[in-house]
Design a protein around this ligand. Sequence first.
Ligand SMILES: [Zn+2]
Length: 297
Amino acid sequence: MADPLSASRLKATLVREGCSVREYRDWETHRRPPSTGAFGPINGVMMHHTVTGPGTDVVALIYNGHSSLPGPLSQGCITKSGTVWLTSAGRSNHAGLGDSDVLRAVINESYGDYPPPDNQANTDGNARFYGFECENLGDGEDPWPRVQYVAMVKAAAAVLREYGWTAKSVIAHKEWQPGKVDPRGIDMKTFRRDVAACLALPAGSWGPEQEDSMAITNADADKIATAVLNRDGLIVIPGAPADNPTYTTKYAFTEILKRVDALTAKVDALETTGLTDTQMQAVAEKVADVLAARMES
Ligand SMILES: [Zn+2]
């Protein structure tokens, strides 16, 4: 049984983790009324995106809510500049109804890279999770600045450390409630790996210098995919004529088969090496196998 943290303890643990913390208005007492449900027992932390861009006072929005969803919309709001704004110390409207199998996996901290599929909406998440709303348009294009990402990792780690939990106790809204996609662009396997790295160090000592410089984010993967595929999902072939830089998948495979034929011809031309026809055939087949494997990977 894990009781909610007091407002002062929530703030203290975030500060100790090295977060840049600001307090918004009456956050310590601002909460959903008890008639809307309990707050606790606490089982984990949930990450979100705000679906806001420049020009929106995102902290005010998370504190106040909007016409269809009254605030507070989470306990904390993490801006693009990496500031962790405290907007509530109590029950907030962020998690909605989610999947009891996911909750069980989080409580037991027993799952692989991702929790089980969130295909049920049968459990009150606002009672069970601290929520961090993170400023992002959520369109899959809006980037996550490094300073904001680091603040997100630290904020999640701060709460988990306070309870003595592992990185498996932080999940995304998209892993909790059917139909949700937030925080879009954040791969939770990578996020939990970074939270685990943070938790492995003393509070406040994890930072970008400890990160694996070889790790690629979802945003990086998107950039690579964009370079290889154009808007229509066509493969861009390096060396293709400038006036026709893209081919459909069918053309791409035709091109690859042409190259296999060319290679086969070259292997055939190696007959002067004294290889028998059978050996030559084996080499050609091996080359074709290797190329086929590359095409599939
Ligand atoms: Zn959300």
